[in-house]
Design a protein around this ligand. Structure first.
Ligand code: NAD
Length: 443
C-alpha cells in the first residue's frame, strides 16, 4: 500500500483484517516511525485497535522502503494524495506518477497496480504507459479501484461498502481483485466491474453528485430564510421520497473536507479539457465558495454589523465530526475573515486542534466548550461533534458576556434557546433574517 494517509492506512489495515499480508509504505519517515511504535497519525474511530490487532497477528507492517514492501507482492495499491493544483484547480497527479515510477522499478513477476487515489479519467492509462516506459519487460496490469470511505466512519465503510468498483479490461487482474475483496464478495457486496475510464469517472461523478446535493439544500435554506420556511422540515419532506433519499440534505456552512472541494473543482477542469463543461458542478463550486464567505457575514450581522474587539468562541474546526481533518474546512475560511474584521477567536475541537494550528493563527485554544464560552460575545457552532449537542446551555449562557449563539449546523432549537435568553441564529429556519449587507471581499 503506497501512501499511508487516511485512505492507505485504513485500506491496508482492513485488507489485513481480510487475512491478506499487507505492507504500508510512506515516504514520510515520521509517520512510519510513529506507526511502528503503535501511534496512529490520524484520528479515525476504531482504527487504532484494528492496527494493533493486525500488527500483532503479523499481517500488517510499515516501512519507508518500497523495495521491501514490493517483495513478492501480487498487488500494489497507489493511495497517495491528489490535491488541487494551486494554479488551476486540476488534480495534481504528480505524486501518483512518481509512485508509479518507483513501483515500476521493483516489479517482480505478474503484479496488479491498483489506483486507489482519486484520479482524473485517463490517469490509469498514463500510469500503464509510465510503467511500460520504465520497465518494458514488466508483467503487470493497471486497475482503477476508487475508494468511497468517509472519514470518521472509514473502517466500517471499508468493511461494509455499498459497492466495489473495479476498472480493468484484464481478466487476470480482475481475478486478483476479486480474491482481495473475497470476504466482501461472498457477503454479496455489489461489484461494478467496468473499464478503467468508467471507474475513474464513477468516483468523480459520485463525489460531485453528493456535493451538489448539499449545495442544493443550502440554496433551499436561503429560500426558507427569505420566504419563510424550515429547511429541516423541507429536507425531511423531500428525503422521505425514496427517489431522493434523506442523506446529504443537511443545510450548513458549505461543504469542505479533503475530497469534495478538490474533486468538484477537478471535475470542472476535466470537463473543460474534454470541451464538455460540467455546468452544474461549476455552479456548485462557485456557490459553495460564496456560502462560506456568507457565513462569516452572517456572524458579523448577528453581532450588529461589527465584530471588532469581540471575543468569538468557535466550537469545532474539523470539516465534520469524528475526524481531525481540516482540509478545506469552512473554519479555514470563516475564522480568518472574522479575525480580519477585528475579532478575537477562542476555539475548541475534540480532535482537530493539532491539524488546525497549521492553518489558523492567533487562536486561544481551549480544552472544552465551557472555557470557549467564558467571556465570549458570541458562540459559533461550526462542526456538529456529538459533545456539542447536549451542552449545559444555562452554564454556557451564564459565563458568556453576551448570550449569542450562532448554530451553523442546526443542532439546537430556537424556542428552547430563546427561553434560555439566547439571541439564536441558525440555518434555513424561521429564526434567520437574510443578511442585508454585502461582505467586503477579503483576499
Ligand atoms: N480522505 C478521504 O476521505 C478519501 C476518501 C476517498 C478517496 N480519497 C482519495 O485517496 C487519495 C489519498 O487521500 P488521503 O486523504 O489518504 O491522502 P493523505 O494526504 O492523507 O495521504 C497520502 C500519503 O501518501 C504519502 N505519499 C505520497 N507520495 C508517496 C510515495 N511516492 N511513496 C510513499 N508515500 C507517498 C504521503 O506522505 C501521505 O502520507 C486521494 O486521491 C484522495 O482523493 C480520499
Amino acid at each position: 500500500m503506497i501512501g499511508t494517509g487516511y485512505v492507505g492506512l485504513v485500506s491496508g489495515t482492513c485488507f489485513a483484517e481480510f487475512g491478506i499480508e499487507v505492507t504500508c509504505v510512506d515516504k514520510d519517515a515520521g509517520k512510519v516511525t510513529a506507526l511502528k511504535k503503535g501511534v496512529i497519525p490520524i484520528y479515525e474511530p476504531g482504527l487504532d485497535d484494528l492496527v494493533e490487532k493486525q500488527v500483532k497477528a503479523g499481517r500488517l507492517s510499515f516501512t519507508t522502503d518500497i523495495a521491501e514492501a514490493m517483495q513478492d507482492a501480487d498487488a500494489v495499491f497507489i493511495a497517495v494524495g491528489t490535491p488541487s493544483r494551486r494554479t488551476d484547480g486540476h488534480a495534481d497527479v504528480s505524486y501518483v506518477y512518481q509512485a508509479a515510477r518507483e513501483v515500476a522499478r521493483r516489479i517482480e513477476g505478474y503484479t496488479v497496480i491498483v489506483m486507489k487515489s482519486t484520479v482524473p479519467v485517463g490517469t490509469g492509462r498514463e500510469v500503464a504507459r509510465i510503467v511500460r516506459e520504465e520497465r518494458p519487460d514488466a508483467d503487470f496490469d493497471v486497475v482503477s479501484n476508487p475508494e468511497f470511505l468517509r472519514e470518521g466512519a472509514a473502517v466500517n465503510d471499508f468493511m461494509k461498502p455499498d459497492r466495489i468498483v473495479i476498472g480493468t479490461d484484464s481478466e487476470r487482474a480482475e481475478d486478483v481483485m476479486r480474491a482481495l475483496y473475497r470476504p466482501l464478495y461472498i457477503n454479496e457486496t455489489p461489484m461494478v466491474v467496468t473499464t478503467n475510464e468508467t471507474a475513474e469517472i464513477i468516483k468523480y461523478a459520485s463525489n460531485a453528485f453528493l456535493a451538489t446535493k448539499i449545495t442544493f439544500i443550502n440554496e433551499i435554506a436561503n429560500l426558507c430564510e427569505a420566504a419563510g420556511g424550515n429547511v429541516q422540515d423541507v429536507a425531511r419532506g423531500m428525503g422521505l421520497d425514496g427517489r431522493i433519499g434523506s442523506k446529504f440534505l443537511h443545510a450548513g456552512p458549505g461543504y469542505g473536507g479533503s475530497c469534495f472541494p478538490k474533486d468538484t473543482l477537478a471535475l470542472t477542469q476535466i470537463g473543460r479539457k474534454y470541451n464538455v463543461p460540467q455546468r452544474i458542478v461549476e455552479s456548485v463550486v462557485e456557490i459553495n465558495a460564496d456560502r462560506q464567505q456568507a457565513m462569516a457575514q452572517r456572524i458579523i450581522a448577528a453581532c450588529g454589523g461589527s465584530v471588532k474587539g469581540l471575543r468569538i468562541g468557535i466550537l469545532g474546526v474539523a470539516f465534520k465530526p469524528n475526524t481531525d481533518d481540516v482540509r478545506d474546512a469552512p473554519s479555514l475560511t470563516i475564522v480568518p475573515i472574522l479575525q480580519e474584521f477585528g475579532a478575537k477567536i477562542a476555539a475548541h475541537d475534540p480532535a482537530a486542534k493539532k491539524q488546525a494550528e497549521k492553518h489558523l493563527k492567533n487562536i486561544d485554544w481551549e480544552d472544552d466548550p465551557y472555557a470557549v464560552a467564558e467571556g465570549a460575545d458570541v458562540l459559533v457552532i461550526l462542526t456538529e461533534w456529538n459533545e456539542f449537542r447536549a451542552l449545559d446551555m444555562d452554564r454556557i449562557g451564564e459565563s458568556m458576556k453576551t448570550k449569542r449563539l450562532i448554530d451553523l449546523r442546526n443542532i439546537y432549537k430556537m424556542p428552547e434557546m430563546e427561553s434560555r435568553g439566547f439571541h439564536y441564529v441558525s440555518i434555513g429556519r424561521p429564526d434567520v433574517k437574510p443578511a442585508a449587507q454585502k461582505l467586503r471581499k477579503v483576499s
